[in-house]
Design a protein around this ligand. Structure first.
Ligand SMILES: Nc1ncnc2c1ncn2[C@@H]1O[C@H](COP(=O)(O)OP(=O)(O)OP(=O)(O)O)[C@@H](O)[C@H]1O
Ligand SMILES: [Mg+2]
Length: 436
């Protein structure tokens, strides 16, 4: 049915249709229509209402901050991290202080609106070998903090115009973590993981051979770190001129970046030992312990210039004043990671088997063997779970066949693959206790 006019179903006025915008909502089947002017009025009503709520939420936000400050003092945050992360004491301290100071800055800003004094942000850069707890530490921190926190993989970012995600994605992730609340987003924390992957491949030594993709990403990130208004579209929408955009000011967002920076110890070593050729391994082949010890000593001495040599542009390094280093985990540390954290792999398997009425027992030597194998795999604590998973597969397949209470004993030979874990009747526990 063609119309040249209709009655607005809201205001009742007769609307003459001269062009498409005269009939923004018009159902040709029923004649139901809403005119442009009514839609505008509804829109303004919604805008005003939401503005009112935003004002209210700002007040609530300030009140909530006071509570958060009182609740999340650095020693409390660290204690929480201690439940999950073994060693890395200094890193846990640095992050606890960084998070607490972030709350304090927000509170200061809100209490001194219009004031010209500001407390500077202390963005953090975390360095440490693979599998030593960088991502794990940040993900636990995010669970504790009541401020929005989003992790973005920097290696997935590309310069605008290239295939991949623009740097704005980091802010967009935070916006969703903040429940699409712009005010909260603007005070959140962004963790850029795998940050070393966007280093200029050539490093600072060789800036003539440009690496445009990565350098472009760094330039984009620099703008965010400096504080700028980032504009992005809702998830899934392509950027085109008419797509509605969300604007977020990054001035007060705390940035934490982290990466393994593989090989940076060589750059540090070169600097530290300049002109001192007597120090070093000489012709001997260094043992694994020596290498780790040396790595740990070197990594703690990292300086901004080493990061520059690695290929991070100086302007970015200047915006990351806090350098936090994590160490390589040795066999004893891995052994503790197997059993001590709240979510330790051994505890997880014990819980899983307990659900089938089975008591799981790892012999001390078995756990040490797991740690040894993990060291050989050179992926830090990351491979621990996989090694146990391999050994436990058959047991986890067999156990549920019966409901009987039993126990499973894992020995060193099981870990080495020489024998399967033993499934024994539960009574034997008592028997062996009596005979002991
Ligand atoms: N110090 C630690 N204490 C407890 N668990 C740890 C520790 N380090 C690593 N893990 C465990 O090992 C696994 C891998 O660690 P994580 O993902 O944090 O490594 P990463 O340092 O981010 O390494 P990469 O540089 O390769 O990303 C996690 O599941 C974590 O639980
Ligand atoms: Mg990681």
């Amino acid at each position: 049915m063609a119309y040249d006019s209709y009655h607005c179903s809201v205001c009742g006025r007769r609307i003459k249709i001269q062009n498409r915008t005269d009939m923004p909502v018009l159902d040709p089947n029923t004649g139901f229509g809403i005119c442009k002017s009514c839609i505008k009025n509804i829109y303004h009503f919604i805008e005003e209402e939401e503005g009112h709520h935003a004002h209210k939420s700002k007040k609530n936000f300030n009140n909530a901050l006071g509570e958060l400050l009182a609740k999340n003092k650095p020693h409390v945050i660290k204690k929480y991290l201690d439940e999950f992360i073994i060693l890395q004491e200094r890193a846990k301290k640095i992050l606890s202080v960084a998070a607490y100071n972030h709350y304090k800055r927000m509170k200061y800003d809100l209490d001194n609106v219009g004031g010209d004094e500001e407390i500077d942000k202390s963005n953090v850069i975390i360095l440490g070998p693979t599998g030593c707890g960088k991502t794990a530490m940040l993900s636990h921190l995010s669970k504790l903090l009541d401020i929005p926190f989003a992790v973005t993989d920097a290696s997935s970012l590309t310069e605008a115009g290239f295939v991949g995600a623009d740097v704005e994605v980091a802010v967009r992730n935070l916006y969703y973590a903040a429940g699409m609340d712009i005010e909260k987003t603007e005070h959140g924390i962004i963790y850029l993981d795998e940050f070393d992957k966007i280093a200029r491949k050539s490093g600072a030594n060789n800036s003539i051979t440009a690496d445009p993709g990565h350098e472009g990403v760094q330039q984009g990130l620099l703008k965010m770190l400096e504080g700028s208004v980032v504009e992005f579209t809702e998830r899934g929408q392509r950027k085109h001129p008419e797509a509605p955009t969300i604007k977020v000011d990054t001035k007060n967002i705390l940035f934490i970046v982290g990466g393994a920076f593989v090989g940076i110890e060589k750059i540090i070593e070169k600097r530290v030992k300049k002109g001192d050729s007597a120090i070093g391994f000489g012709s001997e082949v260094p043992s694994k312990e020596d290498t780790d010890k040396k790595f740990n000593e070197l990594i703690h001495q990292v300086r901004p210039e080493d990061l520059m040599k690695y290929g991070i542009i100086p302007e970015i390094i200047g915006r990351l004043p806090v350098i936090c280093t994590l160490e390589t985990l040795d066999e004893d540390a891995l052994l503790r990671i197997l059993t001590e954290p709240k979510n330790a792999p051994v505890k997880q398997y014990e819980k899983l088997l307990a659900m089938d009425n089975v008591k799981l027992e790892f012999e001390e030597e078995a756990l040490r063997q797991v740690a040894k194998m993990a060291i050989d795999r050179k992926t830090g604590a990351r491979s621990l779970k996989g090694i146990i998973e391999d050994v436990m597969l058959d047991v986890m397949f067999e156990i549920p066949k019966s409901n009987e209470s039993r126990r499973v004993v894992v020995t060193e030979a099981c870990i080495k693959g020489e024998e399967p874990p033993k499934i024994l009747p539960l009574e034997e526990v008592n028997l062996s206790k009596e005979t002991a």
